[in-house]
Design a binder for this molecule. Sequence first.
Ligand code: FAD
Length: 465
Amino acid sequence: GDFPIETDTIVIGAGPGGYVAAIRAAQLGQKVTIVEKGELGGVCLNVGCIPSKALISASHRFHEAKNSEDIGIKAENVTLDFGKVQEWKSGVVNKLTGGVQGLLKGNKVDIVKGEAYFVDEHSIRVMDENSAQTYTFKNAIIATGSRPVEIPGFKYSKRVLDSTGAINLDELPKSLVVIGGGYIGVELGSAYANFGTEVTIIEGTKDILGGFEKQMTALVKRNLKKKNVNIVTNAEAKGVEETDEGVKVTYAAKGEEQTVEADYVLVTVGRKPNTDELGLEQVGVKIDDKGLIEVDKQRRSNVPSIFAIGDIVDGPKLAHKASYEGKIAAEVIAGQSSEVDYIGIPAVVFSEPELASVGYSEQQAKDEGIEIEAARFPFAANGRALALNETDGFVKLITRKEDGLIIGGQIAGANASDMIAEIGLAIEAGMTAEDVAMTIHAHPTLGEMTMEAAEVALGTPVHIM
Ligand code: FAD
C-alpha cells in the first residue's frame, strides 16, 4: 500500500534554487523534504557553473604557461593531460555535491531520489525506478530548472554536443564549432581555444554576448581573435553532417551557404524550462507561452500552496538568482513578508577578460529617462593591474545625477566577477559615489579602481586626468 508521507514544505529539484530553499525553510522551522531525480546540486554544480569554471581556469593556466614570454618567462614542453584535467574537474564537482548533501542532512532535510509529479495542490507522487510514493505537503517550491534547446537540423549525438557534452569530453578536440555566441558558447569556446583547439563561433545576431555593451564585448572579441578563434556573426546554422571522424556544419552568412568541418559541434542557443512533465495542468498552475511558471513577487504561483523559483520563472537564468529566490520563497512560507527585488542581481561572463554588470547600464538609464553620470576608470592606470600584466578593461560606475546615488556598474577586466560585488553592495546599501570614494581600499588592488571611478564621478580623480 502507498501510505502518504506528510511534510510541511516539499522542494522539487536540488539545484542552487531548490537546495538553498530547502535549507532556509528548515532553518525557519519547517519539516522539509527535497526531491531530486538526478544529482544534488542540479545543473550548476554538475554540468554548469562549476565544471565550466574549472575548465576555464585550467585552460587559462595552460595558456599562460605557454604565453608569458613578454614578462620574461619561457617554458618549453608545456604539455596537457586532458584526461587529468577532467579528473580534477570531476573531483571539484564531487566535493561540492557531497557538501550539499552534508548541508541538507545537517539541516534535517529529507532527501528523496526520484521524479516528482503533482497529484493535487497538496500532494505529489515521486517515482523511482521501481517504486512510487505519495507525499502530502502544506507548501511546495518547484525548482526544476532548465535544459538545452535543440534546433532543427542539429540533433544531439556523439559529435553534436550540448553544453553538458562539451564539458564532459574525454579527448581534447582538434577543432570545435560553437553555435551560439552567448555566455556559455563564449566561455566554453575560449576554454577550448586556450587548450589549443581551433574554434569557430557561429552567431545568429550581429554580435556575440548580446546584452553586454559594445565597449565590453569588443575586449573579449579582440582576445578571442588573438587566440585565432574565428567569429562569424549574422550567420544562420543550417544543418550538420556527421561522419566517423567529425562533423561538417553548414551555415548561411552574407547570403551565401558555407561549410566548416570540425571534430565536434557544440550547440548552445538557449535553454527551456522543465515545466512540461510535472503535472502542472493537473493542479491548474499557470505557465506562460515560454513555459515559465507565472509567479508574484513572493514567487507564489496562482495556486497559493505552490511556489516556483530559478530557471523556471521569469528573469535571468543564473544560479545566484535561483538561490536568492529560494530564500525568498522559504521565508514567505515561514510567514515573513519578503519579496524579490531584482536591482542588485549581477550578471557575469567568465570570458577573457571577464565581464560583469549590476544594476543599471547607461542605456537602461537613458531608456527610463533617468539622468545619470557614467564614470570610468581604466585598468591601464591601476598599479595592481599592471603588476598582474592585466591591463585590458575598465570599471564604470553609474550614478544618479541629482544626488550621486550609485544605481549600477559595469566592469570589464581581470577579476571583474569578484569586483562587481562591491558595486552590488553599494546599490543594495543605497550608497553614493562619495561613500565609495571615502572608503579606504588597500593598495595595490584592483578594487581601488571602484574607488577611483567614484572619484571620477565626483570630478576629483587622483590617478587620471
Ligand atoms: P537546476 O540547477 O537546473 O536544477 C534543477 C534540478 O531539478 C535538476 O537537478 C533536475 O534533475 C531536477 N528536476 C527536474 N525535474 C524534476 C522532477 N520532476 N522531479 C525531481 N527533480 C527534478 N549560472 C551562473 O550564475 N553562473 C555561471 O557561471 C553559470 N554557468 C553556467 C554554465 C553552463 C554550461 C550552464 C548550462 C549553465 C550555467 N549557469 C550559470 C546557469 C545555472 O546553471 C542555472 O541558472 C541554475 O542551475 C538554475 O538553478 P535551478 O535551481 O533553477 O535549476
